[in-house]
Ligand binder design. Structure first.
Ligand code: FE2
Ligand code: FE2
Length: 265
């Protein structure tokens, strides 16, 4: 077998705490793990709410190759335009047909491999979207034969919907993984058909929080049921990421490994 294609998957990167942690550790992680390509979810980059060009550029400049998105995609109105300017941005493919941007992209890795990234969003306990299963089946019909790895970010609330997608795509893509819950799961596996799977990669951001937001405000809202502004925690980011190794000749995963870097203080 030729050298494996190593892809680093990073989940929801939350605000300054997440961006700082990546700035401090990502270049070194890329070297240490011989990472050829890196994907992160950018829906919470801008203080928890959406993506801006400035926050995206911070990640692109340190080695992130593609930014997927989720239900916070349009929190920053400027992103409605910005997403059309750069094909390293993708948003869920099963958004309305009126949504700007694309649901998938093909980019070249550092070693020259062609990597496809597909973004989907779940339907259970979320807003109303088109069917993610039908959306990905349609994309797969258009997928060029010379693509050497395909990774799928299903941004969804429930574990069962994500597991369903993992089996739906087994043998057809290199990896299916979940984002959105901001909590990592330890169920990484390679299915019988060769597709790597993990229910949720977890947030890269502060875990001294409630899914990245200051505890006090979030708790006040839960306890009193009164409106309260959410504020992102800006320091102490933990990185949760997953490295998947892929045979570029058949797109199948050969190894999957979770990586965690906690703040030093
Ligand atoms: Fe998120
Ligand atoms: Fe989300």
């Amino acid at each position: 077998m030729s050298e494996p294609l190593n892809i680093l998957i990073i989940g929801d990167v939350l605000g300054k705490a997440g961006r700082r942690a990546l700035r401090d550790h990502l270049p070194h992680l890329i070297d240490e793990h011989q990472i050829d390509f890196c994907v992160a979810n950018g829906e919470n980059l801008a203080a928890g709410f959406g993506t801006t060009l400035k926050t995206a550029d911070e990640l692109f400049s340190i080695g992130v190759d593609v930014l997927t998105n989720g239900n916070h995609c349009w929190d920053q109105k400027s992103f409605l335009k910005d997403i059309e300017e750069d094909d390293r941005f993708v948003r869920p493919a099963n958004f309305s047909a009126h949504a700007p941007g694309s649901g998938w992209t093909i980019q070249e890795s550092r070693m020259g491999h062609k990597v496809a990234v597909i973004n989907l969003i779940g339907q259970v306990f979320m807003n109303t979207w088109d069917c993610p299963f039908a959306a990905v089946d349609k994309i797969m019909l258009e997928m060029p034969d010379d693509v050497q790895a395909i990774v799928v970010d299903l941004h969804a609330e429930t574990t069962s919907e994500k597991m369903g997608m993992g089996w739906h795509l087994d043998g057809r893509v290199s990896m299916v993984y979940g984002t959105h819950t901001h909590v990592p799961t330890c169920d990484e596996v390679i299915h019988s058909g060769g597709t790597a799977y993990q229910t949720d990669i977890g947030m890269t951001g502060s875990y001294n929080s409630i899914i990245g937001m200051k505890k006090e405000g979030a708790l006040h809202r839960m306890v009193t049921r009164l409106p309260q502004r959410f504020e992102a925690v800006e320091r102490g980011g933990t990185i949760f990421a997953t490295k998947v190794s892929i045979n570029p000749q058949n797109r199948q995963a050969t190894d999957i490994q979770r990586i965690c870097i906690r703040p030093s203080s």
